[in-house]
Every structure is written in C-alpha cells, then in structure tokens.
Design a protein around this ligand. Structure first.
Ligand code: NAD
Length: 357
C-alpha cells in the first residue's frame, strides 16, 4: 500500500476518491500541485489489479504532470485521474458523466484530458457535466489529436540535442532510428524525412510499418525493435513503450543521443547516470514530449493551432536550457530538468504573495 499520502514522501495537495455505485464509477483524482495554476492531466481508464495499484499510479502520474507542465512553460499545475475498470466493458455514458460531475465539483482545481483508455469522444461526454475538460473533439471546440504537436515537440528536442552536441540543429544526413511508428512516431518520421535525415524505423506491428513505407519508401526498416536499439545511429528515438532504457539495453546503445516520445523511458533511477557515463545525451522524455499537453491546454483559451505550435516550438530553447544547466551544475539532464521545473514552480507561486487588485 502506498506510504505517506499525507506525508512528505508524496507531497500531493489533494487526493479525491470518487464513487458512484449505480454506474460502477470508482475513480481517484490526484492533484500534485496548483503552484502554477489549475492541475491539468489526463484520465487513465485501466483495469488495475487493486485500488492500491491505482493509487500508486495516479500519485506518480500526477507528480510527473506537474513537472511536465512547469517545464513546458504553461500556467498549469499537475494532476491526473484514474478510473478503475476495463474501458472495453465498463465504460458508459452514465459512468463518464458521473465522473464529469466529480471533476466539476473540484471547481477547476483539476482539469482533465485523454490518456490511456480514454478518447476524444469520452471527453465530450465528461464535458457535458464539467467545464474543466480538454482533449474534446474539434467539432466541440477541442484540440483534436495531440500526437501532432507531441511529434513536433520531439523533433524540436532532437534539433536542440543536435545543436548541443554537434553545434548545429540541422539533422540532414543524421541517421535517426524511430522505434514505434504509431500516432506520434509516424508523424516524427515525416518531420525527419523533410529535414533530410536518414530514417530507420522499427515496430512490432506490420501495418504500422507499412503505413510509413507507403508514403516514404526511402525509409529503412530494421529487422526488429531490438536490432534498431543497438544499431549504428546518431539518434535513437523511443516512441513506443516506457522502460526501454535499462541495465541491459543502455550498454548496447550506439546512438549519441536518445530523444523520443515514449513516457518514462528510464526503467529506474540511476539509468540517467549510466547514459552519462557512456557519453549518451538523454533528452528528458517528459520535456520533449510536452507538445501534446501544450496542444490540449490551448483549448482553455479557445483552440488556436498556430499559437499552440508556437509554444511547442519553444521546447527547442527549453531543451537547450536544460542541457546548459546540466553542464553548469554537473548533473544529468533529467536532474537539471527537475531542477528547472522546481525553480519555476517555486518562483512563480511565490508571486502570489504580491497582492493585486
Ligand atoms: N500521443 C501523444 O500525444 C503522446 C503524448 C506524450 C507521450 N506519448 C507517449 O509516446 C508513446 C507513443 O504514443 P502513441 O500515441 O504514438 O502510441 P501508439 O499506440 O499510437 O503507438 C505506439 C506504437 O509502438 C508500437 N510498439 C509497441 N510495442 C513496441 C515495441 N516493443 N517496439 C517497437 N514498437 C512497439 C505499436 O505497434 C505502435 O505502432 C507512448 O509512450 C505515449 O505514452 C504520447
């Protein structure tokens, strides 16, 4: 069972348990921080083995969102929600609307969005009961598919990594391996091909590979994701599952840079040091994949793609700032990214002590 929900180990502001027996809704909303504004983060619909597992997950995910939103320069804190159940069988209009009423009851302290197991159509249902919803369908004023700016942000992070390492953001001629060409990966490939990079892809799904090959026949295909991980590359871009960098895989990497969309790429604390010892520049995942949250959060101001894209472009400068801080303070980039996020949360929230009218 999770220790210290009320203690320093957790550090969360508020954790809300939501139950509606009639619809079968069992949800937990965790607000890690509202230091920078309302806590934004998606709702995960997942068949957790236990309520304790669900609590652990939502506590970790909401903290991650606070750091991601802070680094992305958003005026938003971090939160996340989980609905316990099988999205394929337990999801209903009534359950989603019951959940929406709990979101509404928090008065805007928490703003929700899509995550694993929830989709744009679900957010449209939640939005029938709450004003505090993003990730709705474009017809409903929503931002649509967040993969578009997620991929664009990863591309900016990769350009910043190249600039830091090779003195130019130009990726022309660089050999880049994209592992996982799903919603984000395949758009990243588009940016890379346009930039003149030599792209190699891998995926466990043959249709996903075919979709890329149909539009870009020049893209190489690795035999297997595992082959790609150890291939001669300039940049390795994990765009599938988390935990891809571990004690077994890091020694086999030959790329100079790791920069991709997958969440939680480091399997456990300490891997960032192993990457550093091997002179591999790691662009923190929660920094470079923030384009998606930038895209959906723009809905709060009336969605404007051009404005959201401008904000995602700034991930280039933020990534460079993280690498510069890492060098200045002699720490790995993930530690520098954490420090930058913590500084922003503390400096900006302090301003609230200045009374305004
Ligand atoms: N979609 C977003 O806006 C967004 C935002 C932030 C982070 N992310 C993260 O980026 C990653 C990709 O997201 P997505 O939306 O493109 O998901 P997706 O499900 O559309 O694509 C994932 C792809 O990876 C492939 N895959 C699965 N296992 C693999 C393996 N072992 N090796 C190689 N490929 C494998 C799948 O076949 C699929 O094509 C996830 O980790 C997600 O959490 C996505």
């Amino acid at each position: 069972m999770t220790e210290g929900v009320f203690g320093r180990e957790s550090g969360h502001e508020q954790v809300v348990f939501c139950h509606d027996a009639a619809t079968g809704l069992k949800a937990i909303i965790a607000i890690y921080s509202t230091a920078l504004g309302p806590a934004l983060g998606g709702t995960r619909f997942y068949p957790y083995a236990s309520e304790s597992d669900a609590l652990d997950d939502v506590l970790a995910l909401s903290k991650g969102m606070a750091y991601k939103n802070a680094l992305a320069g958003l005026d938003l804190g971090g939160g996340k929600a989980v609905i316990i159940g099988d999205p394929a069988t337990d999801k209903s209009e009534a359950l989603l609307r019951a959940y929406g009423r709990f979101v509404q009851s928090l008065g805007g302290r928490y703003i929700t969005a899509c995550d694993v197991g929830t989709y744009v159509a679900d957010m449209d249902q939640v939005a029938r009961e709450s004003r505090f919803v993003t990730g709705r369908s474009p017809e409903d004023g929503g931002a649509g598919d967040s993969s578009v700016l997620t991929a664009f942000g990863v591309f900016q992070g990769m350009r910043a990594s190249a600039d830091h390492l090779w003195g130019t953001p130009d990726l022309a001629g660089r050999r880049v391996g994209v592992s996982g060409v799903g919603k984000v990966g395949h758009i990243l490939v588009e940016h890379l091909v346009e930039a003149g990079a030599q792209v190699v892809i891998a995926d466990v799904s043959a249709p996903a590979i075919e979709r890329v090959r149909a539009t870009h026949p020049g893209v190489e295909v690795a035999e297997h994701p595992d082959t790609l991980l150890a291939a001669e590359l300039d940049v390795f871009a994990p765009c599938a599952l988390g935990g891809v960098l571990d004690d077994e895989t890091v020694p086999r990497l030959r790329a100079k840079v790791v920069c991709g969309a997958a969440n939680n790429q480091l399997a456990h604390p300490g891997i960032e040091k192993q990457l550093e010892e091997r002179d591999i520049l790691f662009a923190p995942d929660y920094l470079v994949n923030a384009g998606g949250v930038i895209q959906v959060s723009d809905e709060l101001h009336g969605f404007d793609f051009a404005r959201a894209k401008r904000k995602a472009t700034a991930l280039f400068d933020t990534t460079k700032a993280v690498f510069a801080l890492a060098e200045a303070e002699g720490v790995p980039p993930v530690t520098a990214a954490d420090r930058l996020a913590e500084r922003r949360m503390s400096e900006v929230s302090r301003l609230r002590s200045i009374l305004t009218v």
